[in-house]
Design a protein around this ligand. Structure first.
Ligand SMILES: NC(=O)c1ccc[n+]([C@@H]2O[C@H](COP(=O)([O-])OP(=O)(O)OC[C@H]3O[C@@H](n4cnc5c(N)ncnc54)[C@H](O)[C@@H]3O)[C@@H](O)[C@H]2O)c1
Length: 383
């Protein structure tokens, strides 16, 4: 009689409960390539809520814990092959650092939501511990998982655009409009509370995605930035809109435009990269169309799943061309990359964003606020 072997990676989740925005995305993404099994976690600060959420999603409640201390203690008592191997940190920003730090110190792999931490200093501490712990650390800059984003990165690396001269990345949302004009309402949202979100709302939440896209796609480092932020009200401590000029060098420049008060906008992340020979345009809300614009030639539209795409792009496409893929697939591709790393299998460079990306992101957020507060001056990013 054969005994069925369960080789799935045992995944725990912190945050991401029934009341959360991002939990469902991670749960679906983790199941997409049949690589993970969710075995428990702390979904909510209230144990009662965590348990009733586990019951709701059909998860056994014996490994739903009151807090992370309990989780670590009890999981470490289990035989190694049953123990949680990796935990996804899906809580509000201020908990990312203490949770990720504790997980690293106890030998768990970590998948952490962005922004990695609320300060650069914390991010560097995680780097230091991670270098010692030798565990896998991913930061879920979700949009890097889209097949056409991966295709764009590969084509840029292959020199299809020639030397890059200009990048323009916009991330426009309008959701804070409903909240920001009402003093009482804005006090209820953690993204507008510096104790919970860190020093920035708009740049911390979405400008950081735009920044990550710039560096992920071009493989270039932004050296200096100049920011102009908008807080809209004197008593509002958090930016809700920002324009940030980027300098890679004297001849390579760009701009990030991010807003949470772009009325009527949903998740309009639009990337434009222009090189000497050609340009790319890609929109998150229509992610299966990549516009390739060559000097003197008609515009081409590249789509996922075709043999002209690169290996990493094709691996992220699960059905024949024409079956639309979206944000769930994008995050699923990131989880798949992390699974390969945990299983010590080969994976493509850029298959999942890591600590370096997370640290760059936090540095960008801090320097953006510094530039604005010091009178919109140029500031250097750490290299
Ligand atoms: N990658 C992306 O595209 C993306 C999109 C949205 C949110 N995020 C990030 O995901 C994180 C969560 O955002 P959200 O919008 O889901 O927030 P949310 O407020 O909707 O959900 C937060 C969840 O964390 C739980 N929680 C709070 N304190 C906890 C604790 N001490 N222990 C356990 N659970 C706790 C809450 O009960 C809730 O389930 C943030 O860091 C955010 O920046 C990333």
């Amino acid at each position: 009689m054969f005994k069925k072997m369960n080789s799935k990676i045992k995944l725990g989740i912190l945050g991401g409960g029934g009341d959360s925005l991002i939990g469902i995305l991670h749960r679906v993404a983790s199941s997409m390539f049949d690589q993970y099994e969710i075995v428990g976690g702390v979904f909510n600060p209230e144990l009662k809520e965590s348990i009733s959420f586990a019951e709701e999603i059909g998860l056994a409640t014996d490994r739903v814990y009151e807090n992370l201390d309990d989780l670590i203690e009890k999981e470490k008592e289990l035989p190694e092959k049953e123990r949680m191997q990796v935990l996804s940190v899906l809580t509000p920003n201020f908990l990312h650092f203490p949770m990720a730090k504790q997980l690293l110190e106890n030998g768990f792999h970590v998948i952490c939501e962005k922004p990695l931490t609320t300060t650069y200093e914390e991010a560097k501490i995680l780097e230091e511990i991670s270098n010692r712990s030798k565990t896998v650390f991913a930061v879920t800059y979700t949009y890097t998982g889209y097949p056409m984003v991966r295709q764009m990165k590969e084509m840029i690396a292959a020199g299809e655009l020639g030397e890059i001269h200009k990048v323009d990345v916009q991330y426009y949302q309008g959701w804070i409009n409903e909240i920001i004009h009402d003093k009482e309402k804005r006090a209820t949202v953690w993204r507008l509370n510096p104790e919970k979100a860190g020093i920035s709302s708009c740049v911390g939440d979405i400008g950081t995605h735009a920044f990550n896209m710039v560096e992920f796609l071009t493989n270039l480092e932004v050296k200096e930035i100049l920011a102009d932020l908008n807080y809209l009200y004197k008593d509002n401590r958090m930016d809700i809109d920002g324009t940030i000029l980027l300098r890679f060098s004297d001849y390579v420049k760009g701009v990030i435009r991010s807003s949470q008060v772009a009325t009527g906008e949903e998740n309009n992340l639009t990337v434009k990269i222009y090189g000497e020979k050609a340009g790319f345009k890609w929109e998150q809300e229509n992610p299966n169309y990549l516009y390739f614009m060559r000097e003197g030639k008609p515009m081409e539209v590249l789509k996922p799943g075709h043999s002209y795409n690169s290996a990493i792009s094709l691996e992220g496409t699960k059905l024949p061309p024409g079956h639309p893929e979206g944000i769930f697939d994008s995050m699923g591709n990131i989880y798949n990359g992390v699974a390969k790393a945990i299983k010590k299998q080969d994976y493509h460079p850029g298959e999942f964003p890591g600590l370096k990306d997370g640290i760059r992101g936090v540095n960008f957020i801090e320097k953006t606020v510094e530039s604005h507060k010091n009178g919109n001056i140029w500031v250097n990013l750490e290299s």
